[in-house]
Design a protein around this ligand. Structure first.
Ligand SMILES: [Zn+2]
Length: 229
């Protein structure tokens, strides 16, 4: 038998032409379901990702214990193992922990990730006897956390107005640059050359441009046409 539309030869069991998808219709003929010309599609068996996460968790714990014990025996106290354990914990929180959850909610995980980074930096500062955490690393990670978390939460829950969100984020990041320079100057000293003003201008202009694109509809539409979005 042949397809009425394209003329391709059909096997007895086919309900549709494999080439043009035209329905095969023969009066008084019921297609034989069992005699398909191709094997039934079967989904490949899924590997349970939890097994992999379990193994990685195990390796992390073993690594942390080994570095702790070695440090205690060789160094007579917690010296370098604090950084190692902190690093392992940070890696675990950033990359492995979200894998345990069926639904990954970035609005929760991203602020937690930055909190973990902040805590790790605070530990390094404390362990090295530095005085750069409170005056520099804390405001820096705080500002980055605030900006990235706001973008994530707004995009995740509102799901529109991305241009306004990113425009606002660029402006906020730009405004923070002179503050960052001042904090760096107060913490580490050096020359105060006002470099913060250049990224401020650049980021501010990008932010304003995004908001203008968001407001002016014809402009936005012509841009979409040019970039074929
Ligand atoms: Zn056909």
């Amino acid at each position: 038998m042949y397809c009425v539309k394209c003329g391709v030869e059909l096997s007895e069991s086919e309900k549709r032409c494999p080439l043009c998808h035209t329905e095969v219709y023969l009066p008084g003929y019921a297609p034989n379901e069992d005699a398909r010309p191709y094997p039934k599609f079967e989904k490949p068996e899924k590997v349970n990702p939890r097994g992999i996460y379990f193994i990685i968790s195990f390796v992390c714990i073993i690594g942390a214990i080994i570095s702790f014990v070695c440090d205690l025996n060789l160094g007579g106290g917690i010296t370098w193992s604090g950084y190692a354990i902190g690093g392992i914990a940070l890696f675990y929180i950033l990359f492995i922990l979200p894998g345990w959850f069926k639904r990954f909610n970035p609005a929760i995980f991203i602020p937690c990730d930055f909190l973990a980074i902040g805590l790790f930096l605070a530990y390094v500062n404390l362990a090295t006897g530095g005085s750069w955490f409170l005056s520099f690393a804390f405001p820096l990670t705080g500002a980055v956390t605030l900006i990235i978390s706001s973008i994530t939460i707004l995009c995740y829950y509102i799901k529109r107005g991305y241009l306004y969100i990113f425009g606002g984020a660029f402006i906020a990041a730009g405004l923070f640059c002179p503050v960052l320079e001042l904090l760096g100057y107060l913490t580490f000293g050096g020359e105060y050359i006002m470099w913060g003003i250049y990224p401020l201008i650049a980021l501010f202009l990008i932010g304003i441009m995004l908001i203008v694109i968001a407001i002016v509809k014809p402009f936005r539409e012509s841009l979409c046409r040019i970039f074929a979005i």
